[in-house]
Design a protein around this ligand. Structure first.
Ligand SMILES: NC(=O)c1ccc[n+]([C@@H]2O[C@H](COP(=O)([O-])OP(=O)(O)OC[C@H]3O[C@@H](n4cnc5c(N)ncnc54)[C@H](O)[C@@H]3O)[C@@H](O)[C@H]2O)c1
Length: 314
């Protein structure tokens, strides 16, 4: 544990429960002032309860404020930044962790569910990054704070392996989490000059979301049993590292955290090329070239549950 986050200011969306709450507790333990942004709603976003964010904020050991409105609007993003600046003097760390689930198979998915999940799990992150980055850029120019390495910012996007592998019934959720990857890369590219890093962390942890998994087969039952053993504190610990000066030059990356395992994921790049130099391909030529050069390197069609169905190290 380091003490070099003392005096920093963070906004943690979804900070009222599960992984977000652990992130708040870990950062707060290191002296970070926090806006705990959480509606306190059900997993699908319904039935907000302001006491969830308020209880977390009042129990943190460093200064904290609750923000109980939905983070899924441009106005809320501006309000959160204004609150961080007026209460704590700036904004150094943004953790986009709020998410809802509204699962449904792709041939049945409701438009309303698609819109809500994209708005909460992806657009909200964009709104907050858009509102935070002008302030972060100005802070960098102003040399915010005193002492060493105080001129940096952090954007941490809590993604999901569902957005990288896919999973049955999660068209909206996986699309939002895949979109978050693109957003993370753009923020990393555009904010490097202001010493602001942006990364994507796919967590594995016991939360109310793992509690409600209803296993459809033995493999899923096994996955659930394993997930229930993994504390969200491991994820929070890794986020604190990403926020520390030690990770000043770690940006644009996809990590995964499952208990004591930390994964670095690759990112899509061309891995093989076929070329037809002086005429267009025919279907037959393409079929043969794809079979010969690509097929044995195709990405396996497996879900994230299947890919990570091994015993976690906890
Ligand atoms: N638990 C896992 O294993 C796992 C796996 C993959 C990804 N994730 C991701 O980790 C993050 C945290 O998940 P969790 O498992 O702790 O779930 P959780 O449901 O316990 O926490 C999510 C929090 O976000 C809040 N929230 C939802 N919509 C909001 C909104 N519009 N405004 C403000 N707050 C809102 C909820 O009230 C809730 O407290 C999510 O982004 C989730 O997609 C979790």
């Amino acid at each position: 544990m380091t003490d070099n986050l003392e005096g920093r200011v963070a906004i943690v969306t979804g900070g009222g429960r599960g992984i977000g709450k652990s992130i708040c507790e870990n950062l707060s333990g290191q002296g970070v002032s926090i806006i705990v942004a959480d509606t306190g709603g059900d997993i699908d976003g319904a039935n907000p309860d302001a006491s969830i964010a308020e209880d977390v904020a009042s129990a943190l050991v460093s200064p904290a404020k609750a923000f109980a409105k939905s983070v899924a609007s441009p106005e809320a993003a501006e309000e959160m930044i204004a609150l961080a600046v007026s209460e704590f003097g700036g904004i150094d760390i943004v953790v986009n962790c709020a998410a809802i689930l509204r699962d449904g198979l792709v041939f049945k998915g409701a438009t309303e569910d698609w819109d809500s999940v994209i708005e909460t799990n992806l657009s909200a992150a964009f709104y907050l990054i858009r509102a935070a980055t002008p302030v972060m850029r100005q802070q960098f120019k102003d040399g915010r704070g005193t002492g060493d390495s105080y001129d940096w910012g952090r954007i941490v996007n809590i993604g999901s392996t569902a957005g990288l592998y896919g999973n049955f019934g999660q068209a909206n959720y996986a699309s939002a989490k895949a979109g978050l990857f693109g957003l993370m890369r753009i923020a990393a590219l555009e904010m490097t000059r202001s010493n602001v890093t942006s990364n994507y962390v796919a967590p594995f942890a016991h939360s109310r979301v793992t509690d409600i998994i209803e296993p459809a087969n033995d493999e899923q039952a096994e996955y659930k049993d394993r997930a229930m053993k993994v504390s969200p504190d491991h994820v929070a610990n890794f986020i604190s590292y990403l926020c520390s000066p030690a990770a000043n030059d770690v940006s644009g990356q996809i990590f995964g955290v499952r208990g004591r395992e930390v994964f670095l994921f690759n990112q899509p790049r061309p891995i093989e090329t076929i070329t037809q130099s002086n005429k267009d391909w025919t279907n037959e030529e393409l079929a043969e070239a794809v079979d010969t050069n690509f097929r044995d390197q195709f990405t396996k069609l497996e879900t994230d549950l299947e890919a990570f169905n091994t015993e976690p190290i906890v």
